[in-house]
Design a protein around this ligand. Structure first.
Ligand code: GTP
Ligand code: MG
Length: 623
C-alpha cells in the first residue's frame, strides 16, 4: 500500500455516465442528467480501493475528441495531457463508454491510446445494453484495442464492484509509469481514419439485436414533430406553473403559519425591547418570509429534474433551434439558458459547451434574463397579494397564468436582446450548424431525482441561513437605528438609517412608482434577489409595530397601488439584481467589460420597462 494518492481521470464521450460513476465511487452528488454537456468543469473527489489504495478521482467534461473545440473540452484535453495548471498528469485513465453506443467513444479510445497513459475501458450502462440484446465480445474487443475492459452500471448499488476489483489487479501488475507520448492535435483525416478503425473493431466484436429498440423513435415521432412538438413543450411548461401555484399552496400556508406562530412566541416570551424586535422582525420574519417558498422551489425542480433525466431536454433544445436561430442564438445555447431557470450562475458556466466565442458571449449576456429560482419568491409574493386566486374557465389558475406570463416575458426579452446584439455587434456572423446527440429516453431514477431535489432544497435553505440572514441582520439594524427621538410622531422607522437611504433614493425611483421602502429592499437585494422579499417583510413589520403580525402579502396589498406592484414585477424581469451573476460573467468572459455591459443594459431595460408599466397602468386608471 502506498501513501501517495493515485490520480485517476474519468474521460469519455458526453452522457456516458462519467459523473454517475464519480458519484458512485466517491459518494458525492454532482449533477447528473440525460443530455450531453452536463459537466463543464473538473471536479475531484477521493475513494479507497478494496485493497486500501487511496485514489484521487477527477470527473471531467465529456468530449468526442481531444481536439478541444470548446472551453469545456479544453479542460479535459489539458488534464489528460498534463497541461492543466496545478494538476499533475493522471496515473490512470478510465475511459467511460456507453455500452449501447460504442462508436464515438471507441474513436476517442484510439486517440487516447496514442498518448500512452495506463487506461481501462469501462463499458458503462451495460444493464441497458443487455436489456436491449446487444452482445459484446469482451475478449475480442479487449484484444483488438489492447486494453483491459470492465463493465459497469454506475447508477446501481454494487454496479462498480467489479471495476474496483479489476483496478486493484491492474495496479498490482503495472509498476512502471510509462512516459507520456508526444501529442499533436489530430487532423480531420486522422479522425476519419480512427473512426474507420473504430467501426471495424465494432463490426468484429459487437452484435446488435435482430429487433432494434424503437421506443425512443416512436416517442420522438410525436415529441419532435415541428408543430405538435412545440405544443407539447408549451403544455409541459404551462402545467409546471399551474402546479407551482396549486400544489405548493397548502405547504406554504403551513410554513407561513408556523413562522407567524414562532414570531408570536418570541413576542410573548421576551420582554419588549431590542432583542425581541431583532428576533421577531429581523430573524424570524425576514428569513421565514423566504423559507415559505421552499415548496415552490421543490416543485419546479422536481419537474426540471424529471424532464432532464427522462431525456426530454435535448429534444426541447432541438425544437427550439429554429426559433433561437432566428434570434441569432446557437442551438447549443438552449441548455445553458434552460439551466438559468434554476440560477444564471450554472447557466453561464454551461455556455462552455459553445465553441464559438461570439455565440457564447451572446448566450452569457442574455442568461440573466431567464427567470431564475430566486425570482420566484418575489414574483409569488406580489402575485399572491395583487392577483386574485381565481380559476379561469374552471380549470386555469389565474395566479399560475400570470407566473407563466412572467417567465414568457423573460424568454421573449432574452431572444429580443440576442437579436439586437447580433444586429449591432456581429451582423456578419452566422451561428455554426447545431449538432447535439439525442440521448435515448430513460426512466427517471427515483434516487437521483430525490438527491437532485434534496440538493437544491439544501442550497436554498443554506442561502436563507447565510446570505439572507446576514442581510436581514443588516436591514434590521438600519431600520431600527437611530431610534426615534423622545416625543417623535409616527413610526420609529421614519427616523432610521434605512429611511434616510430610502428617502435619498426615492426621487430616482418615484417615476417608476417605487416608494422608499422598496428602495431600501432593492439594494440588499443585490446580494440575492430573495432578500428583497425578506427586507420588505422586516421594514414593514418594524414600521407596523406590534400589530404587524399579518402576512407581508396582506400588508403590501394595503400599502401599494396596483401600478406600483406591476412596476416592481416588471423591474424584476430585467434588473441586474444579483452580484454573484455579474461576478461569474466577469470570470467566464475574462473581462470586466462584459460584466459592465450586462449590468448597464439590464438596468436600462428595467428602468424603461418599469417606467412604461407604471405610467400605462396609472393612465388606465388601475389602482
Ligand atoms: N441505466 C443506466 N443509466 C445510467 C448509467 N450510468 C449513467 N446513467 C444515466 O445516464 C445519464 C447520463 O449520466 P451522467 O453521469 O450525467 O453522464 P456524463 O458522462 O457525466 O455526462 P456529461 O457530463 O454530459 O459528459 C443519466 O441520466 C444517468 O442516470 C448506467 O450504468 N445505467
Ligand atoms: Mg458529467
Amino acid at each position: 500500500m502506498t501513501t501517495a494518492s493515485l490520480r485517476l481521470a474519468l474521460v469519455g464521450a458526453p452522457n456516458t455516465g462519467k459523473t454517475s460513476l464519480f458519484n458512485r465511487l466517491t459518494g458525492s452528488s454532482q449533477k447528473v442528467a440525460n443530455y450531453p454537456g452536463v459537466t463543464v468543469e473538473r471536479k475531484s473527489g477521493g475513494f479507497v480501493t478494496p485493497q486500501g489504495r487511496n485514489v484521487t478521482v477527477l470527473d471531467l467534461p465529456g468530449t468526442y475528441s481531444l481536439r478541444g473545440r470548446s472551453p469545456d473540452e479544453e479542460i479535459t484535453r489539458d488534464i489528460v495531457l498534463g497541461r492543466f495548471k496545478g494538476e499533475a498528469v493522471p496515473d490512470l485513465v478510465f475511459c467511460v463508454a456507453d455500452a449501447t453506443n460504442l462508436r464515438l467513444t471507441l474513436r476517442l479510445v484510439l486517440e487516447l491510446k496514442r498518448i500512452g497513459r495506463p487506461m481501462i475501458l469501462v463499458l458503462n450502462m451495460i444493464d441497458i445494453a443487455r436489456r436491449r440484446g446487444v452482445t459484446i465480445d469482451l475478449d475480442r474487443l479487449s484484444q483488438e484495442l489492447g486494453l483491459p475492459i470492465v463493465t459497469s452500471v454506475a447508477v446501481r448499488k454494487g454496479g462498480v464492484d467489479d471495476l474496483l476489483k479489476r483496478t486493484d489487479e491492474f495496479l498490482a501488475r503495472s509498476r512502471e509509469t510509462p512516459a507520456t507520448g508526444q501529442w499533436t492535435a489530430p487532423t480531420i483525416a486522422d479522425l476519419k481514419a480512427a473512426q474507420r478503425e473504430a467501426d471495424r473493431i465494432i463490426a468484429a466484436s459487437v452484435t446488435l439485436p435482430a429487433k432494434p429498440d424503437t421506443l425512443t423513435n416512436r416517442i420522438d415521432a410525436v415529441v419532435l414533430h415541428p408543430v405538435a412538438g412545440l405544443v407539447i413543450l408549451a403544455l409541459i411548461l404551462f402545467v409546471m406553473f399551474q402546479a407551482v401555484f396549486t400544489w405548493a399552496q397548502p405547504a406554504m400556508e403551513l410554513l407561513s403559519d408556523g413562522f407567524s406562530a414562532l414570531g408570536q412566541v418570541v413576542h410573548d416570551v421576551l420582554p419588549e425591547g431590542l432583542l425581541q424586535s431583532f428576533l421577531q422582525n429581523g430573524v424570524i420574519s425576514g428569513v421565514g418570509s423566504v423559507i415559505v417558498f421552499l415548496p415552490q422551489i421543490i416543485i419546479i425542480f422536481l419537474f426540471i429534474l424529471l424532464l432532464e433525466d427522462f431525456g426530454y431536454m435535448a429534444r426541447a433544445a432541438f425544437l427550439m433551434d429554429r426559433i433561437m436561430g432566428g434570434a441569432g442564438l446557437h442551438g447549443r445555447a438552449f441548455i445553458p439558458l434552460l439551466s438559468s431557470f434554476a440560477c444564471a450562475i450554472p447557466g453561464i458556466m454551461a455556455t462552455r459547451v459553445i465553441d464559438n466565442r461570439r455565440d457564447r458571449l451572446t448566450t452569457i449576456l442574455i442568461a440573466p434574463l431567464m427567470t431564475c429560482s430566486a425570482r420566484i419568491p418575489v414574483y409569488t409574493l406580489i402575485i399572491s397579494a395583487f392577483v386574485p386566486a381565481k380559476m379561469l374557465w374552471g380549470w386555469v389558475n389565474l395566479q399560475g397564468l400570470v407566473m407563466f406570463g412572467l417567465y414568457a416575458a423573460g424568454i421573449t426579452s432574452a431572444l429580443t436582446v440576442s437579436a439586437v446584439a447580433k444586429f449591432f455587434l456581429w451582423r456578419d456572423h452566422a451561428p455554426a450548424p447545431f449538432m447535439l446527440e439525442l440521448p435515448d429516453y430513460k426512466i427517471p431514477r427515483l434516487r437521483s431525482i430525490a438527491i437532485g431535489v434534496f440538493t437544491r432544497a439544501k442550497m436554498f435553505l443554506y442561502r436563507a441561513g447565510t446570505t439572507i440572514l446576514s442581510m436581514m441582520v443588516l436591514i434590521w439594524f438600519l431600520a431600527s437605528f437611530p431610534t426615534a427621538p423622545a416625543g417623535a410622531e409616527g413610526p420609529a422607522i421614519n427616523y432610521s438609517f434605512a429611511a434616510m437611504i430610502g428617502h435619498a433614493l426615492e426621487p430616482l425611483l418615484r417615476p417608476i412608482g417605487f416608494n422608499w421602502q422598496i428602495a431600501v429592499a432593492l439594494i440588499p437585494g443585490m446580494a440575492a434577489r430573495e432578500v428583497a422579499v425578506a427586507a420588505l417583510g422586516t421594514v414593514y413589520s418594524i414600521e407596523g409595530g406590534k400589530e404587524a403580525a399579518e402576512a407581508i402579502g396582506q400588508v403590501l396589498a394595503q400599502k401599494w397601488t396596483l401600478p406600483t406592484a406591476l412596476s416592481l414585477l416588471v423591474w424584476y424581469i430585467f434588473a441586474p439584481q444579483c452580484a454573484s451573476t455579474l461576478a461569474v460573467i466577469r470570470r467566464e468572459t475574462g473581462s470586466a467589460k462584459w460584466m459592465v455591459v450586462t449590468f448597464v443594459y439590464m438596468l436600462a431595460l428595467a428602468y424603461v420597462a418599469s417606467f412604461l408599466t407604471f405610467n400605462l397602468a396609472q393612465a388606465l386608471g388601475l389602482h
